[in-house]
Design a protein around this ligand. Structure first.
Ligand code: ADP
Ligand code: CIR
Length: 351
């Protein structure tokens, strides 16, 4: 394998981290499951506009290819090799009174965590049989949940086109055309083994075998962040009673993408910010200051529509779950404050 020239000049963390020396050190290495450097970097080489560009095939990938991943992890999460991960899922420690009671800005709130089953290959390297076993095992466990979490499992295979499209456009289901995941090997045998479980109100959902074995999601309309967090913690506790997830005291929960290590948590709001949308520089300065990420309305790599943005915590490793949500919360407080200031300035100048 030769050094991928295409990476030169690219802006991804892969391109910035994979020096020729690191490439030489890693090019012949593989994990016990045969996950190679070529597979790790395939998505980032094929998609030169990647923001990260590297994926793991198993827990071991993060140690065998540590010379590359440690640099990506340090840059993305501001987390060093010697640091230990920390967890706190106690809702009592979360300060998040509803900051938009009138519902003028915040449209909806969503918090998700990624989980992968201990000692099973990640989706990038998994075999069809193993993927189907996960689907059977996890959907059976989910179907036994009671109370607010009780719901049904919908396999992607055989799902009607209209039903699938409606679930995607209403932000409940993952897309089927993500070229970054495709190049990483995550769409092999599509749509076999994939699906979505949700309760009646679609406030508790689990994606099976998308980018990670499980994505556990709590979401609802409006800005009651605490309610969403409480429901998620309850769901995680119930599921963890039945499944052992891949975990490491340094890296936290193991995820396919290094951005999702640690808490594997992304807490987000969909929020309407027309004034900040016109002042992209100010928007970005606030986002960087509060360590929050701006995405479009249809998730990663999508565009904003009607001035609605997806605002979420950026760091997931080396910070607790409560801290992830708190990062998003304070970021949103700052954004709403600025949006109001800009609204007032417009009113004054138009008088
Ligand atoms: P993930 O958050 O799981 O990494 P994406 O960024 O692709 O993945 O988002 C997945 C879906 O969740 C998308 O349809 C996106 O619009 C939706 N979503 C994310 N945050 C919110 C939110 N606060 N309210 C409603 N839908 C959301
Ligand atoms: C990229 O590098 O742009 C994609 N592979 C996505 C990276 C982070 N997002 C994710 O894992 N959902």
């Amino acid at each position: 394998m030769k050094f991928p020239k295409k990476l030169q000049g690219a802006n991804s963390l892969l391109a910035k981290s994979l020096t020729k020396a690191i490439f030489e050190e890693l090019k012949e290495k593989k994990t016990t499951n045969n996950f190679t450097l070529k597979k790790v970097i395939k998505s980032g080489v094929k998609n030169i506009d990647s923001s990260i560009g590297a994926y793991a095939g198993d827990k071991e990938t993060y140690t065998v290819f540590a010379a590359l991943f440690d640099k990506i992890i340090a840059e993305y999460h501001n987390f060093k090799k010697e640091d230990l991960h920390q967890s706190n899922l106690n809702p009592e420690d979360l300060f998040a009174p509803n900051l938009d009671i009138e519902g003028k800005y915040i449209i909806s709130t969503r918090i998700r965590v990624a989980r992968n089953i201990k000692d099973v290959s990640l989706g990038t390297a998994i075999l069809k049989k193993q993927r189907n076993e996960i689907e059977n095992r996890v959907s059976t466990i989910l179907k036994s949940l009671k109370g607010e979490l009780a719901g049904k499992y919908y396999a992607l295979k055989g799902m009607r086109k209209e039903e699938k499209e409606s679930l995607i456009s209403n932000h409940f289901l993952f897309k089927s055309d993500d070229r970054f995941l495709e190049a990483a090997g995550l769409h092999r045998d599509w749509p076999n083994g994939r699906g979505i479980f949700h309760n009646n109100d679609k406030t508790f959902l689990v994606w099976i075998n998308e980018e990670d074995h499980l994505r556990i999601i709590s979401m609802q309309q409006g800005g009651n962040i605490k309610e969403v967090f409480v429901r998620l913690v309850h769901a995680i506790e119930k599921i963890q009673q039945k499944i052992d997830f891949a975990y490491d005291k340094h890296l936290g929960y193991i995820a396919t993408c290094p951005t999702n290590l640690g808490t594997a948590m992304r807490a987000s709001v969909h929020i309407k910010l027309p004034k900040l949308g016109e002042n992209k520089k100010t928007f970005k300065v606030i986002a960087d200051k509060y360590k929050i990420q701006i995405r479009g309305i249809d998730g990663e790599h999508s565009k904003s529509k009607e001035n609605i943005y997806d605002i979420s915590n950026k760091q997931r490793l080396g910070v607790s779950e409560v801290a992830c949500v708190q990062d998003m919360y304070y970021g949103v407080v700052a954004l709403i404050k600025k949006e109001k200031e800009l609204e007032n300035n417009t009113k004054l100048t138009s008088k």
